[in-house]
Design a protein around this ligand. Structure first.
Ligand code: KIV
Length: 281
């Protein structure tokens, strides 16, 4: 399948085709996703929890995001990849935002970056776009500022809160974002934004009235076990499968059931006798 670009993703919205999107953090997972025909990959700062075992995304650094984005690019050379700007990489100034967004392009060859925040992020979005980098906005529940939001809570569940989410969406669209992610908001609110904006509006925990879906691959495959948000559908239990396989290995080694003949290298023809003679001498 040819690699999709922004034009194709916008065309999919116009044609009413759903855009498929998953996170990935490493080379093998990226190869699986590309083989599955995914439209976009996010190298999310959720790697802090899913790969490093941090309690949240706050400790994640630019260097970590770059290393994982590079690996994902190698695994999915033909897929639209979005690098996720971690906390601290864009909050202080427009200059920081541009420098770090460009790092993603130069060092990891991503196609776009994502950053969290609506109205208050407009200046950063404009600066990054002016530098020639495609931007995906991220509104609703924004995990990097979950402290201010009172925790990892759904947004837009009251009229006042819904109006703030819509205001954020409008501000980002006016600033020029090419893609918009809406996280953990009621379907009515996500659907309203999708209908109003001509850009692809994708959802995670935002119902089905959007232009595409994002999920965290570690939830989908069942490798992340600390907690499971309400909106997740698990498609596999790799934690269970992996633990069972590893337990079998441990038991095989302890019980001398592994290795077997087929796992051994044998000496070349005639060398075994020579070796035995030499060992006796
Ligand atoms: O880091 C990430 O994976 C994200 C999603 C939670 C939207 O930003």
């Amino acid at each position: 399948m040819p690699k999709k670009g922004l034009f194709d993703l916008h065309e999919m919205k116009r044609a009413g085709e759903q855009i498929t999107w998953l996170t990935a953090y490493d080379y093998p997972t990226a190869t699986f996703e590309e083989a599955a025909g995914i439209d976009m990959i996010l190298v999310g700062d959720s790697l802090g929890m899913c790969v490093y075992g941090y309690p949240g995304t706050v400790p994640v650094t630019m260097d970590q995001c770059i290393v994982h984005s590079e690996a994902v690019r190698r695994g999915a050379p033909g897929t639209f990849i979005i690098g996720d700007m971690p906390l601290g990489s864009y909050q202080a100034s427009d200059e920081d935002a541009v420098t770090n967004a460009i790092r993603f392009l130069k060092e990891a060859n991503v196609d776009a970056i994502k950053l969290e925040g609506g109205v208050r992020t407009v200046s950063r979005v404009r600066a990054i776009l002016d530098a020639g980098v495609a931007v995906c906005g991220h509104i609703g529940l924004t995990p990097q500022s979950s402290g201010q939001l009172g925790g990892h809570k759904a947004q837009g569940r009251t009229l006042e809160s819904a109006k703030l989410v819509v205001e954020d969406a409008r501000a980002l669209y006016e600033a020029g974002v090419q893609l918009l992610l809406v996280e953990a908001v009621p379907p009515e609110v996500a659907g309203f934004i999708r209908a109003e904006l001509p850009i692809p509006v994708l959802g995670i925990g935002a119902g089905s009235d959007v232009d595409g879906q994002l999920l965290i691959v570690s939830d989908v495959l069942g490798t992340f076990q600390a907690f499971t948000p309400k909106f997740v559908k698990k498609y596999a239990d790799l934690a269970g499968v992996s633990t069972a396989a590893l337990t079998e290995y441990v038991n095989d080694v302890r019980g001398s059931a592994f290795p077997e003949e087929q796992h051994c290298y044998r000496m070349l023809e005639g060398e075994q006798e020579k070796f035995a003679d030499w060992a006796k001498s």
